[in-house]
Every structure is written in C-alpha cells, then in structure tokens.
Design a protein around this ligand. Structure first.
Ligand code: ADP
Ligand code: MG
Ligand code: MG
Length: 888
C-alpha cells in the first residue's frame, strides 16, 4: 500500500483516504490554484498507528522520499541553516472537525535556522516571531505543555513593553520570549525543544495521529455522529507567511453568506498575522471587503478563485488563504457549513443558476435542518430592552439565565434550568457547556470563530462578537452601557439578527410553520425567500418519494393539523384518552363490575362517547386511512394512585366512615397491581380477559363509520390490535370483531370495509410474522415497544439512568429509541416484512413508533420496503422530506 500522496496525486473524491483537507488541497492544486506544495499521509497510516501504537514500517521511507521531492521543488532543505524550508503539519479527517484536531506551523525552525530565516527574509522580527510560534504550538500540542504558560509569558512580555498586541513586540523581545518558551518546555516536558527538523516533523505527525483520540475530538464525533474509527490524515505543507509585515496577512472567506445564502464578499482578514490568529480572535480582523483597499491585486485574484471554486464544487465553499508579500496562497477549501435556512436557499439558488438539478437540491438539505426551521422566533412586536448587538452566527431564539462558564452551564442545565453561555470567546474546552446551553453569546470573534462554527454545527443559537458587551468571567457578569447583567439574570439572544435582549422575549412561530399551516402562501409575491425555497424542495420530495407519511393523532384537532402538514392518513390513533377525564368514572365501573350486567352497563355508557370521537376523527380525515388502536395500557393507569387511595381509606376507617366504593376500588387496585406493568395485563391481553371491551370499541368504530357513510363521507377505518405475540390471540379477537362488524352492517344497512391488523411490537410477533399475517391485513411496527423488548430496556427509566454512560463509552452513538437500531431491532423488522409479505403479498406495512419521524430511521424504513411511516404531526414535513431524499 501507498501511505503518502503528493498534493498533485490526489483529488476531492479521496476524502476517506486523504481526509477532507488533503483531498481538497489536491483538488485545488490540480485546478491550477496557488497552493503551497506538500503531501498527505493517509488515514490508513493513522489507523495502523492507532491500532498498533507505531507507524507502519514503510511510512518513514515514503515520507523521506516525498520530503526530498518537496525540498527539490522548493530549492531548499527542511530546516536548512542558511535558508530553511519550513512546513506545517496539519490534521485533516474525512469530516471536518473545526478546532478539534491539532496543527503545528513553522516546523523546521531551530536556533540555527532562525538566523537563516532572518537573513533570507531580511526581517528579524518575523523570524523570531515564527520561532516563538513554533515552540508554543509544538510545546502545547506535541509535548503536552499547558498552553496557558506560553500565553502568560507572552502577556507578561507585552505588559513589560506596555503594548497591547503581539505585533508590537520587536525582534529582541521575541528572541527573549523564545528563550523563555524553551525554558518552559524543558521544565514542563522534561526535555529540550528538539533542534533536529526531521524529529520535529515526525513528532508532529505522531501528535496529529494521537489527536484523533483526544477527549474533545471524541465528544465532537459523538455529537456529530462521526464514526470513531476513521482516523485522520496528516498534511505536510510548505509554509507561506502572513506575518511578514503589512503587505502580508491571512484570512478566511465564504463564497456566499453561510447564514443567508446571499452571494457577496464574506470573510475576515488580518494583516501581518499567521493562520491561527484569525480564528482565535487574538486581534480584531477587518471585513474581507477591506482587502480591496489593502491589496487590490490579491483581492481580485481571490474573487476570481472563489468563483472558480463555486462553479467547480457547485456549492458554497469556505476558504483559508494567506498573502505573503503580495502573493496570494490558498491553504484550504471545503464545502462550507451553513445554517438550515441558507441550505434551502442555496440549494434553490444553485438550481436557478443551472449549477445543480432538483434531485441534487433535495440532497443538499435534510430533515434536521427543516426541523430547525420550524422552531419559533422572537416576537417582533414585543416590547424589548436591547442590550447590544453582535453577529448573527447561528439562528434561533434562545432565552435563558446568564452563566459565564461551562461548568455552571452544565450544572444548572442538569437541574432543569435553561442557560445562555456567555464567554468572551469559546475554545474547545467549552464544548460541554455549549451543548448544555440553550444558546451561546460571545463578545469576540466573527462568523468563523470557534463559537460560531461549533454552534452552527450543533444547530444551537449563537450570537458572537457582541463587542459592546464587556464580559467579566471572573466576577461572573457582563457590563454594557452601564448596565450590569449578573449570573442568573435572564437574557434572550436572537441568532438570526444578532440582537441581545435583557429579560425574556416572547417567541412567535416560524414562517415555515406558517407556510405548512397554510397561513402563508409560497406563491405570494411578498412570500419569504425561505418559504419559497422550502416549498419548491418539498414539492420535489413529495413527487419522488415512495413512502407515504401518516400522523400519530388522537383527536380531530391534531388530525386536521396533520392534514395541513401533509399527512396522508392516521397511522396511530390511541384510544386511551377516550377513557380519561370525566369518563374515568365509567372506566372504574367497568373495572369494578361484579356481574356481567354491571360490566355491560358500563360499556354501554362508554359506547356513544367513543363513537362520537370516531365520527369527528373520520370526518377530519375523510377519504384517508385512519388506524385506530384498541385499548393498550394496563388498566391500573385509569385507577387512582395506590398510596393516595390507601390513605383515603385508612382515614375513613379511623372515622368509622366506610366508603364502600373506595374499599372496592382499593381491592381492585391491589388486584391489578403489577411489578412490571409494561409486560403485564395490557394490549390484546385486556381484550381477551375483559369481556366486551374490545367489541365495544369495534362497535363504536363500525357505527361511526356507518354514520359517516350515511352522511356521504368516506371513512377508511383500520382496526389495530396491540401487543400481539401469537396469531392465536389475533384470531380470537378477529372473530369477535368480525361478528360485531357484521352485526352493525345488518342493523345499519351500510356495507363496511374495515381492515383488521396488528402491531408488531414484541419479538415473538416479529419472529412469527408469517403466521400472524394470516390473520392480519396490515402490520404496523411499534418500534418503541419493540426496541424496549428486544434490548430489554425500560424506556421510561434507562435514558435518565445509564444511557449517558453508554453514549460516552460509545456502546451506541445515539439512543436506539431515537434512531432505529438497524442491526437488532431493524433486522427483526426486515425479516418480519419478508415473512409477512410471503404469507400475504398485499399486506400493508407501516411503522408508528417515534422512529417514524427520525430522518435516519425513515431512510431505513424506505429501504426495507414499508408502505408508510407515521409520526407526530410536527414531524410530518421532516418525514416527507427524508422519504423523498431516501427515494431519489
Ligand atoms: P484547522 O483544521 O484547525 O483549520 P489548519 O491545518 O487549517 O487547521 O491550520 C491552522 C491555521 O494555520 C490555518 O489558519 C491555516 O490557514 C494555517 N496554515 C496551515 N498551514 C499553513 C502553511 N503551510 N502556511 C501558512 N499557514 C498555514
Ligand atoms: Mg483550516
Ligand atoms: Mg406499544
């Protein structure tokens, strides 16, 4: 195998092997763009290193060969004393992990070659600045020295000189700083800073390999669901220098606005600086547009390159560049991250520009982004007290208590508080706090700062660079125009406008929801750009998807909303709510009945109430299928709480005040008490042991359907039996149901076509699906219970008790209750689909667990050939979109 690729050898399709950065550096090189020469060590080499603890045997020679070639191209040798070649050693995994991995610049500098660099550049200050940066970065990321020690030494040097920025330190001071830095290395790392350039390079390469497994990299991967075994590539890239004076500099840019999708000049530029200075927010950057004044030639060239990249990648790109004495160099590009709204707008803009087609546009967006766009926003008409304004870095409306450090953010959020994490700027150590917070507010940094990039990736609201805000983390407060916000005070931040408010600002629904609700029309001239884009992409998704999308809805109101959101029926109508409220008393009568007559009377009273519910529901869903699930939960859920009732009875006893009903109730509660009710008397088991219960429900459905038909409606009821484990259970219920339906047809004179089917939510049902299909016209996979029973996880308990530990240990990347476990639960679904269809080719198949609205799971259900997914009304647009993406 080949472990090293020259930049001229790779291309953008090789991300698995060369990482994103390496693949795109190669792509740019081959596009003829100005990229400093270099080579990439593959992720395969990294994997060998991580697995065995040592680099593959062939790597050293391969690196030597590529280094020699690079030295030849550049006409100087790595670390050569009189004129050193310097390189950066840069991490770069398949998926970009901003700020997560390590990069070391200026490799090749030593006590000797720093002199050579000074002579060659004619700039002492520059040479010593580069050297102190190398020791600092190398010390921190390769030798594991606490970075603060270097920072403090640098701050002290600035204080002594009474200057505020590092560029004001002269060569002599930087030279002193180098001596100081070397001392820090020696005492902290227990070794000298290596003077041999090749040793520097090799150690840095290993450090990049190792950085794949740092805690913060692992945390980021879990958050982003990036597999843990991909490894990172390492790029060795000849250095270009942005710190060579005012005609040099470094910057970042986007080919269009990552927040709105608007085309234009977006980015930040920093004169006389090296790469990391921009992202770290050490000095204040200027807007990229200012570069036109500073260096028109480089500016024009950059604009040209940005257009080339957009046309080539057919997408928004982000870019890192450096200008060395008027010469522009490209250091990185990739398809840029963007906000959810921008994703939809950019996709349709690119269609209009003829760069991509509609099918591609559909792939450029996803359900998670659509879900984000359905979040509410701040009410524009609300009376607000604006504290300040920063950069709109990641959209959303977040309200919470101000906290000034990650620890407090985590602590408070664990106890149920909503918090806004306020920092001067964030760094990778703040990741946990950012995850815990509702939103993130910083006073420094631009759209490309750590806070902004990470928040956008997480879909968290973020306002950054709110410079009026003086953040005092030590005293846990911020001051703005004489106003003081203390820890715990409520603030509201708007990630779409960058505005920061004091107190709680009320929120209003998003325009995308207004559109789905039918209150805003995409065709209207003044319709929001975003709404138009969403409309177009949804229309395309609906055209190509095969999966139908139904709603889980229990009443007419939810059903109507679901219909507006595009539901093509109800996949799960739970009937338990029809037994609650004032009807609870009737249910008590049913449970307490001693004689058949008492029981029948109770059922007789429930019948018309249920029937009315169904009439309303069938009317709301006229012409579309409605799957009604017969009663599922254990009966004790309808009875008073055992402790409460015991106390009441005991009190009455002591007053010699017998309440016959309470006593009977208490007996019933004791009788029905189960250690493990979720595996107890529920579902079809209720129907089998409580005579008349299921038949009453079937009668209510049948009579309601008959009445709707008489009213010229088109009811399409489907009756679903829950928690079946064997076909025998289903056969008994089915026979009784058929008799009732026949009876209703006779008495009403209306012919009814009511489908009878079952949920597949127990392993045994899935394993015997072939038999069960003989008695079922449809299956609906109840993946919540199925996950619970296949894993043996109590769904009400485990998420709070040990799932965090499981997630941290990487046992699974995401809760199996959120995204279907394809290998286990999914295998049962897949096999049951095949077995069911083998018995009954026209068997209708759907899913009604929470997974029905989860993007990744929707793709799975498409793939195994279900007919529909059913989810909560709010998730319907997401399911429609993902069903479209799965099909195209
Ligand atoms: P990250 O993945 O964190 O962006 P990079 O490898 O891109 O890390 O490098 C960090 C910074 O150093 C970037 O600003 C980059 O532009 C700059 N940089 C990397 N390599 C070079 C180089 N050869 N010459 C000049 N600057 C460089
Ligand atoms: Mg970079
Ligand atoms: Mg269930």
């Amino acid at each position: 195998v080949k472990f090293v690729y020259d930049f001229t050898e790779g291309n953008k399709e090789l991300k698995d092997l060369l990482g994103g950065k390496g693949a795109n550096l190669a792509e740019m090189t081959n596009l003829g763009l100005p990229v400093p020469p270099g080579f990439t060590i593959t992720t395969e080499a990294c994997k060998v290193y991580l697995d065995s603890g040592d680099e593959p045997a062939a790597l050293r020679d391969e690196v030597s060969a590529h280094l020699s070639a690079l030295e030849k191209t550049m006409g100087k040798k790595l670390g050569q004393a009189d004129d050193p070649l310097l390189v950066s050693v840069r991490s770069g995994a398949k998926f970009s992990m901003p700020g997560m991995m390590d990069t070391v610049l200026n490799i090749g500098l030593s006590d000797k070659s720093v002199q050579g660099l000074a002579k060659q550049s004619g700039d002492d200050r520059f040479a010593w600045d580069s050297y102190r940066r190398l020791i600092q970065m190398f010390g921190k990321t390769v030798l594991g020295v606490d970075g603060e020690l270097f920072e403090d030494a640098l701050d002290k040097a600035k204080e002594t000189k009474k200057v505020t920025v590092d560029t004001d330190l002269d060569a002599a001071e930087l030279k002193k700083l180098v001596t100081k830095f070397k001392k820090i290395v020696k005492s902290e790392a227990g070794r000298d800073f290596p003077q041999d350039p090749r040793e520097q390079m090799d150690l840095a390469i290993h450090a990049v390999f190792d950085s794949w497994n740092t805690d913060r990299a692992k945390l980021y991967r879990r958050q982003e669901r990036i597999p843990g075994d991909l490894g990172t590539a390492v790029n060795v890239c000849s250095m270009v220098f942005g710190n060579l004076g005012p005609d040099s500099g470094t910057g970042v840019a986007f080919t269009r606005d990552p927040a709105s999708g608007q085309q234009g000049v977006y980015g930040d530029y920093l004169q006389n600086a090296q790469g990391e200075d921009v992202v770290a927010g050490i000095r204040n950057t200027v807007p990229l547009a200012d570069l036109e004044q500073i260096d028109k030639k480089s500016y024009d060239q950059l604009m040209q390159i940005m257009e080339t990249l957009e046309t080539h990648y057919k997408d928004l790109c982000d870019i890192e560049f450096t200008i060395e004495r008027g010469q522009l160099w490209m250091l990185q590009t990739r398809v840029g991250k963007r906000t959810a709204g921008a994703a939809f707008r950019i996709a349709t803009q690119l269609v209009d520009q003829g760069l991509i087609d509609e099918a591609e546009a559909l792939q450029r967006v996803n359900g998670a982004q659509l879900a984000q766009l359905m979040f509410p926003r701040f009410d524009e008409d609300a009376k607000v007290e604006q504290l300040g304004r920063g950069i709109a870095a990641s959209p959303g409306a977040a309200v919470g208590k101000a906290v000034f450090d990650s620890y407090t953010a985590i602590k408070w959020s664990r106890s149920g508080e909503k918090v806004i994490l306020i920092r001067r700027e964030t760094n990778p150590d703040d990741l946990d706090g950012m995850i815990a917070a509702e939103g993130i507010l910083t006073s420094r940094g631009g759209k490309t700062s750590h806070a902004a990039v990470v928040a956008r990736g997480m879909g968290k609201t973020c306002v950054c660079g709110a410079e009026d805000l003086e953040v005092d983390t030590k005293r846990r407060r911020l001051t703005v125009n004489g106003h003081v916000v203390e820890e715990g005070d409520v603030v509201s931040i708007d990630g779409s406008t960058g505005k920061v408010y004091l107190g709680e600002v009320p929120v209003v629904p998003s325009p995308v929801v207004e559109y789905f609700e039918g209150r805003m029309h995409a065709g209207a001239d003044d319709a929001d750009e975003l709404v138009k884009a969403v409309h177009r992409i949804m229309a395309y998704a609906d055209r190509v998807r095969r999966l139908r999308v139904r709603a889980n809805a229990d009443n007419a109101e939810d059903a109507l909303r679901a219909r507006r959101f595009g539901a093509q029926g109800i996949g799960l109508c739970r009937t338990e709510h029809m037994f609650l409220g004032e009807r609870r008393e009737l249910v008590e009568h049913l449970i307490l009945a001693d004689t058949d007559e008492e029981r029948e009377n109770a059922l007789k009273e429930l019948l018309p109430l249920q029937k009315r519910d169904f009439i309303e529901l069938f009317e709301a869903m006229d012409g579309l299928p409605v799957t009604v699930r017969l009663l599922d939960p254990p009966l004790h859920e309808f009875l008073p709480d055992i402790t409460e009732l015991s106390v009441r009875v005991a009190l009455a006893e002591s007053r010699k005040d017998h309440n016959e009903n309470d006593l009977r109730l208490l007996q019933a509660v004791h009788r029905l008490h189960e250690q493990n009710p979720m595996l107890g008397l529920r579902g079809v088991r209720l129907g089998l042991v409580i005579p008349g219960l299921f038949t009453m429900q079937v009668r209510a459905i049948a009579e309601a359907a008959a009445e709707r038909k008489n009213a010229k409606g088109d009811p399409r009821a489907e009756i679903m039996i829950p928690l079946v484990g064997t076909v025998q259970e289903l056969e008994i219920v089915r026979e009784e149901a058929e008799q009732v339906i026949a009876d209703v047809e006779r008495t009403t004179g209306v012919a009814l076509k009511l489908a009878l089917g079952t949920m597949i939510e127990l392993p045994r049902a899935a394993l015997t699906a072939g038999q069960i299909a003989e008695a079922a016209e449809f299956f609906s996979f109840g993946t919540n219970d199925l996950t619970q029973t296949v894993w043996g996880f109590s769904r009400d308990d485990v998420e709070a008790s040990f799932f965090t530990a499981y997630l941290e240990k990487g046992i699974f990347g995401v809760s199996p209750f959120e995204t279907i476990d394809k290998d286990g639960v999914g295998k049962l679904v897949r096999d049951a689909v095949a077995a069911g269809r083998a018995t009954r080719p026209d068997l209708k198949l759907g899913v009604c667990g929470e997974h029905g609205g989860d993007p990744e799971s929707v793709h799975f259900f498409h793939e195994v050939g279900l007919d529909y997914v059913s989810c909560s009304p709010f998730r319907i647009p997401v399911a429609r979109l993902e069903a479209g993406r799965a099909a195209s």
